[in-house]
Design a protein around this ligand. Structure first.
Ligand code: CA2
Length: 139
């Protein structure tokens, strides 16, 4: 069974609770439950942290063992060379996901330090983007 982890960065614990016009009304825990049910043949785990170093430690922990990583780095996407370096250093393929279309938002969201180190990038498809990334990694 393939092992895939979803890693969410800062503020994504607020999904479904704030700014529903941008990020929707579903909590990530609820969405994650539907994914687990829909993909019983994938060993799917979920991790969220608001702390850059904790996200780095998780990437190091899973990055030579898991079959795929789906990461939404939140605002660290646009700031963190350290997380980009970690994505580049590990052997597990990483797919970058953003719920909103970052290219239709403020200019500071247009650049990602992660994208060039990732196997793929999905933006603007809402929470469905995580499922699309999952399909890309398992097929
Ligand atoms: O669109 C995305 O998925 C983002 O990664 C979300 C980040 C933002 O900084 C990126 O530019 C794009 C922000 C996550 C904040 O999530 C919230 C969710 C609900 C309420 C408030 C914030």
């Amino acid at each position: 069974m393939k092992k895939i982890i979803i890693i969410n960065g800062p503020n994504l614990n607020l999904l479904g609770k704030r700014e529903p016009e941008i990020y929707g009304t579903q909590t990530f825990d609820d969405y994650f439950g539907t994914l687990v049910e829909k993909y019983p043949n994938v060993s799917l785990t979920y991790f969220q942290s608001n702390h850059e170093g904790v996200l780095l430690d998780k990437l190091h922990e899973v990055g030579f063992d898991y079959d795929g990583i789906i990461i939404n780095g939140g605002a660290y996407t646009h700031t963190s060379i350290a997380i980009a370096d970690a994505i580049g250093a590990i052997s597990t393929p990483v797919v970058e996901v953003h719920i909103s279309n970052v290219h239709a938002r403020e200019a500071f969201r247009h650049h990602s330090y992660f994208s060039e180190k990732c196997a793929g990038v999905i933006v603007g498809m809402g929470l469905k983007g995580y499922e699309l990334a999952l399909m890309g990694l398992v097929n």
